[in-house]
Write a protein that binds this ligand. Structure first.
Ligand code: ADP
Ligand code: MG
Length: 240
C-alpha cells in the first residue's frame, strides 16, 4: 500500500527525515513511536503530501507519486489523516462536517452523502449527535467525528498523528476503541501514538524513530520486550 524509499526532508538547514525506508502492506497497522522532534509528524505529512519531500520516492498503491505531476488532492482522498486537534467546522453540525468533503470534493448527491454520513456516525457511536454543533461535544466525541469525516472520503489508508494526545485521560479509550474497530475491519493504518497498550494490542509493526531515522522496526512484543538497539531501550525506559 505504501512504499517509502530513501525519503529525505529538510526545513531550511534542518535535516528532519534522513533516508527513511518504510513499507506498509494492506491491512497493516504500523505504530510510529519516538521522542518529540524525531520526525514522526513530518513523515506522516510527507505520506499524504502536506509536506513535500526533498528526495526519495513515495509509492502509494503501486503508483510512485510525483508532487509536481500528480493530482495531490486525489492522493489525499486515498490517504486520509486525523490530527491531534480535530479542526471541525464550528458553524456546521456534526453531520454537515462529515458530508462537507463528499459534497464539495466528490460532488456526491446530498441524499447519498447524508445516508453515508449517518452510517459513519453510527459506526463511531455518534448517531444521536448528527444535528448538534461541535461545541456541544466532548473532546473524545469531536475526535470520533473527525475520524468519521476522514472516512467519508473512503480512504484506503488512514494516518493518525497523536489522535488522543489532546484528550483528557478518561476520553482516550473511546477514540482508541474506534481505531481498533477500524483496524479489525482491515483498514491500513499508520499511527503516531504514545499509547503503548494500543500499540501492543493492535500494531502489526512498531517503528522507533530517532533523529529522523527509523532505527528499529519489529513486532510489538519483540520491540517492547527485546529491543535490539540501545536507543530504543533508552526511549522505552524513559516512557514506561
Ligand atoms: P515529531 O512529530 O516526532 O515530534 P516533527 O516531525 O513535528 O517531530 O518535527 C521534527 C523536526 O522538524 C523538529 O525539529 C521540528 O521543529 C521541525 N519542523 C517540523 N515542521 C517544521 C516546519 N514546518 N518548519 C520548520 N521546522 C519544522
Ligand atoms: Mg508530532
Amino acid at each position: 500500500m505504501i512504499k517509502v524509499e530513501k525519503l529525505n526532508k529538510s526545513f531550511g538547514d534542518l535535516h528532519v527525515l534522513k533516508d527513511v525506508d518504510m513499507t506498509v502492506k494492506e491491512s497493516d497497522v504500523v505504530v510510529l513511536i519516538g521522542a518529540s522532534g524525531s520526525g514522526k509528524s513530518t513523515l506522516l505529512r510527507c505520506l499524504n503530501f502536506l509536506e513535500i519531500k526533498n528526495s526519495g520516492t513515495i509509492t502509494i498503491e503501486g503508483k510512485q507519486i510525483e508532487p509536481d505531476k500528480d493530482d495531490l488532492n486525489k492522493v489525499r482522498q486515498t490517504v486520509g489523516m486525523v490530527f491531534q486537534h480535530f479542526n471541525l467546522f464550528p458553524h456546521k453540525t456534526v453531520l454537515e462536517n462529515v458530508i462537507e468533503a463528499p459534497l464539495m470534493v466528490k460532488k456526491m448527491k446530498k441524499d447519498e452523502a447524508v445516508k453515508e454520513g449517518k452510517e459513519l456516525l453510527a459506526k463511531v457511536g455518534l448517531a444521536e449527535k448528527a444535528d448538534v454543533y461541535p461545541s456541544k461535544l466532548s473532546g473524545g466525541q469531536k475526535q470520533r467525528v473527525a475520524i468519521a469525516r476522514s472516512l467519508a472520503m473512503k480512504p484506503d489508508i488512514m494516518l493518525f498523528d497523536e489522535p488522543t494526545s489532546a484528550l483528557d485521560p478518561e476520553l482516550v479509550g473511546e477514540v482508541l476503541s474506534t481505531m481498533k474497530e477500524l483496524a479489525r475491519e482491515g483498514m491500513t493504518m499508520v499511527v503516531v501514538t504514545h499509547e503503548m497498550g494500543f500499540a501492543r494490542e493492535v500494531a502489526d509493526w512498531v517503528c522507533y524513530m530517532h533523529g529522523g531515522r527509523i532505527v528499529e522496526r519489529g513486532h510489538p512484543d519483540e520491540l517492547f520486550d527485546n529491543p535490539t538497539e540501545q536507543r530504543t531501550q533508552d526511549f522505552l525506559s524513559s516512557i514506561l
